[in-house]
Design a protein around this ligand. Structure first.
Ligand SMILES: [Cu+2]
Length: 217
């Protein structure tokens, strides 16, 4: 009885110890003019990466003829559903090396989920609405984050150790590889990193005017 109590205490202190020793990484992403950059993906890969595959269900919505969110990060091995929340049909596709797929014209939630098992960026388009553009970044590490409007990213619950960290953004001029840096995270401490990414100007394809246009329904 006593022995069991002690092992319980031991377990408790071990798990508390893990939580307390976790590190976190704060990243700040700016563009070439020093302006905070949203939708940048920061990926931290532990040196002893065991290629942890987290299978999760994700959704990339289509709302008001746009992909919502604009950029979504999932881990390799994830299934992504593409629910169409508009009252018209969409035809979602990608020609990206990380995932080539097509969901022929559908409405509602009738399209089958898509498995993303290869890491890298996947550019999404819609055959009917040329301006619809979205991105799924398939991460090879569970330690990732996406920058908000203030350019900030927080990755928490990271075990102490050495990581290689890189950044990806849909409009970046440089390669993802050129952003690569290493960082050693100490237990229970926060680390700060900052990147300045040159981005290309974005030319948005104009939306079809008026919902009465038969060609775009
Ligand atoms: Cu569409």
């Amino acid at each position: 009885m006593k022995k069991r109590f002690i092992s319980c205490l031991l377990l408790l202190s071990l798990s508390l110890g893990n939580a307390a020793s976790a590190a976190q990484l704060h990243a700040l992403i700016k563009d070439q003019n020093g302006k905070p950059l949203a939708d940048a993906v920061v990926l931290a890969t532990p040196q002893d990466n065991k290629n942890i595959v987290l299978q999760k269900r994700h959704e990339m919505d289509q709302i008001d003829k746009e992909f919502i969110p604009h950029v979504k990060v999932v881990t390799a091995g994830s299934m992504v559903h593409f629910p169409n929340k508009d009252n018209i049909r969409h035809h979602v596709y990608s020609f990206s090396p990380a995932k080539v797929f097509e969901l022929p014209l559908y409405s509602g939630a009738s399209a089958l989920p898509v498995l993303f098992d290869k890491s890298g960026p996947v550019v999404l388009g819609c055959n009917i609405h040329d301006w619809m553009l979205g991105y799924i970044y398939v991460a090879d590490t569970p330690y990732f984050g996406k920058s908000t409007e203030d350019g900030k990213v927080l990755i928490s619950n990271m075990p102490a150790g050495e990581y290689t960290v890189r950044v990806w953004h849909p409009d970046m001029k440089a390669t993802e590889q050129s952003t690569l840096r290493t960082v050693t995270l100490e237990a229970a401490k926060d680390a700060d990193m900052e990147w300045q990414l040159a981005v290309k100007p974005v030319f948005k394809i104009p939306r079809a005017s008026g919902s009465s246009s038969a060609a775009y329904r």
